[in-house]
Design a protein. Structure first.
Length: 454
């Protein structure tokens, strides 16, 4: 089953004119944003560029920290950053533009455009767009064409960079133009995005240097190299100035018709009836009760986040030239963006409600105790180990792989979550009522199954 078209309710949330905001831009709010970046202000540290759009106008656009520490070049709104996986939103929109123009249909089998893709007859373009195709990740495009699928298309979600690289090839086949050329002619040029493109040169003028936190606690520059290999999954660069133009292009339906955007902003629907957190090129969620449509990115030395909150006609862009792991003095781009949202939309942010913990009997908890074997890509197995062990300590379950031990809190009889971590464990019973497997979902974007082996 394919992701369904978003109900008109969702379209109304994104496109309807919002009520006038009671929160007005002010020097006090700007000062609070400055305070968020105090750890990198006035020093010799990398940082981020920020843009905030409210009620259709830019209320703050500023750089914090250094674009190049060694050369003493500060970050400005014109500084160029690698977008990493934010690239996927552009690839998805380019695909949907071709769908609108009849150059392809998202219900087409991938084999129609990529006959050398072994599993192409079973995968539709929409599966690739929603990360529900089962295409293995962390491998080259050529390998992805030959490898068997990890699951039946549409039955799970598993974020796949390889799947989006295949979309880049489909764009080229359907349009008769290079992926970058297609984006430039149909997105960048119409929106006036003059400083956005495919990062194919290690000597790109104006690009910020990327940095990673070293073992001694100091930031170290990443060796200059291009990101051409990331292609349609993560190969673009841009500035916050251009990303504001991109946000406006989406908000005002300049790049896609509203009906098509409804499709892009639909949470995916799996064959078992579960909704995912991914539409077509966009992560669909909520923050503080506000509907959030956006995407993040993480590539060596850079991390990025852009999101729109349509009910409040508010958008925020944070492009950082620091890596996400290990964490440094500056929070991640998504963390910073969410703190900015909480400052500017404080009147509308819902306070987290304390849910009464679900109390399960020792017998109910013990029914899930056991050893489970992961059905996951080898790259994942190398990190986690092949087995997940579930034990009980007192009134709670504990999940443990070869590296991590997580306490699990019951959300229901079968669903457990690790406090403070975006990991959900869903246990499944067989026909005889015995536990047969556990579905491990990470950030709602990757799903792995582990079958019980004892």
């Amino acid at each position: 089953m394919m992701p369904s078209i978003t109900p008109l309710f969702f379209a109304a949330l994104f496109f309807a004119a919002p009520p006038a905001s009671s929160v007005q831009p002010s020097a006090a709010l700007a000062a609070k944003v400055d305070a968020l970046f105090a750890p990198v202000a006035g020093g010799k540290l990398p940082g981020a560029a920020v843009a905030i759009v409210q009620d259709g106008r830019v209320v703050l656009m500023k750089g914090y920290g250094m674009a190049d520490v060694e050369k003493n070049v500060p970050i400005t709104p014109g500084a160029i950053f690698r977008l990493a996986s934010v690239t996927k939103s552009f690839t998805a929109v380019a695909t949907l533009q071709l769908h609108e123009r009849g150059k392809l249909n998202i219900e087409d089998p991938v084999s129609k455009y990529l006959p050398d893709f072994t599993a192409g007859a079973n995968v539709r373009i929409a599966h690739l767009l929603t990360h529900t195709a089962g295409v293995p990740d962390f491998i080259s495009i050529e390998e992805a064409k030959k490898r068997p699928l990890e699951f039946t298309p549409g039955s799970r979600i598993s974020y796949s960079n390889s799947g989006y690289q295949l979309l880049g090839l489909i764009i080229e086949k359907a349009s008769g133009k290079r992926w970058e050329e297609c984006l430039r002619e149909n997105i960048f040029q119409p929106l006036g995005m003059k400083h956005t493109g495919w990062d194919r040169s290690s000597e790109l003028p104006g690009r910020a240097t990327g940095y990673l936190l070293g073992k001694d606690g100091a930031y170290e520059p990443v060796q200059a190299q291009d990101a051409a290999g990331a292609f349609a999954a993560g190969g673009l660069y841009s500035t916050v100035e251009d990303m504001v133009r991109w946000d406006e292009g989406l908000a005002k339906s300049k790049v896609l018709k509203r009906k098509t955007l409804e499709l892009a902003f639909s949470p995916g629907l799996l064959t078992d009836g579960r909704r995912t957190v991914y539409g077509m090129g966009f992560i669909i969620g909520k923050h503080g009760g506000l509907r959030e449509i956006g995407h993040g990115g993480d590539i060596t030395g850079f991390n990025t986040w852009i999101a729109r909150y349509p009910e409040r006609d508010f958008a925020v862009v944070v492009l950082s030239n620091t890596g996400m792991r290990p964490p440094g003095p500056l929070p991640t781009a998504s963390d910073l963006a969410h703190r900015i949202v909480e400052l500017y939309l404080a009147d509308y942010i819902e306070k987290p409600q304390q849910k009464a913990p679900v109390q399960l009997s020792a017998a109910a908890l013990d029914s899930w105790v056991g050893r489970y074997e992961f059905d996951a890509p080898e790259t994942v197995i190398q990190q986690t180990g092949r087995y997940l062990t579930i034990t009980r300590e007192g009134e709670r379950l504990i999940g443990q792989d070869k590296n991590t031990k997580l306490p699990l809190e019951a959300q229901s009889q079968t669903v457990f979550q690790s406090p403070g971590a975006p990991i959900v464990f869903t246990f499944v019973r067989g026909e005889e009522g015995k536990a047969t497997e556990v579905i491990v979902t990470v950030m709602g974007l990757r799903e792995f199954r582990a079958k019980r082996v004892d």
